[in-house]
Design a protein around this ligand. Structure first.
Ligand code: APR
Length: 176
């Protein structure tokens, strides 16, 4: 059974198999953790994301719909892979935001497991620019991962990476 850890720090510095990026549907970078990951990875990550985006737009879709994930290389990052996922924008909770956020965590875990990646680090998806309330998002993250790893032996380690102390305390309170 996998273990999970709550850590405070910068996700771009973690030596895990895969880190998760809180991206947007274009996959072409942004601010927040998206910006930090691209800065640390170097231009080759954006080049790969651009190739994926152009191929998917060619099929009439966005590069990555909310709730789904796309796996890429990691450029100069210390991890092996990056999974880019697109969280929901918070609109008050009545537009399926909770289910979409849970879908992000499941999609990333499924992609990691299928790729044979055993350790995965998540930022607090959607709780920055996208405005998702931090405590509710933490509860969804912990519960979704708890259920998934009980049923999926392929994942051995999950890290919830909180960029600041406030968020770490929120996760600790939600963990119970
Ligand atoms: N390491 C770990 N966590 C980080 C880091 C980092 N280096 N930088 C920021 N964070 C945290 C933020 O403090 C927040 O808790 O990541 C969480 C997610 O915040 P955002 O990065 O703003 O992501 P999100 O709310 O999902 O919004 C996504 O923002 O950057 C754009 O392109 C991105 O359009 C997309 C949107």
């Amino acid at each position: 059974m996998a273990v999970w850890e709550l850590v405070q720090g910068d996700i771009t510095r973690l030596r895990v198999d895969v880190i998760v990026n809180a991206a947007n549907s274009s996959l072409l970078g942004g601010g927040g953790v998206d910006g930090a990951i691209h800065r640390a990875a170097g231009p080759q990550l954006l080049a790969e994301c651009r190739r994926i985006a152009e191929a998917r737009r060619g099929c009439g879709g966005v590069a990555c719909p909310p709730g789904e994930g796309v796996i890429t290389g990691a450029g100069r990052l210390p991890c092996k892979k990056v999974i880019h996922t697109v969280g929901p924008v918070w609109h008050g909770g009545g537009q399926g935001e909770g289910e979409l956020l849970a879908a992000c965590y499941r999609s990333c875990l499924r992609l990691a497991e299928e790729a044979g990646l055993r350790s995965i680090a998540f930022p607090s998806i959607s709780t920055g620019v996208y405005g998702y309330p931090k405590a509710e998002a933490a509860a969804i993250a912990l519960e979704t991962v708890r259920v998934f790893i009980r049923e999926t032996p392929g994942i051995s380690r999950v890290l919830f990476v909180c960029y600041d102390r406030e968020n770490l305390e929120i996760y600790r309170n939600q963990e119970g």
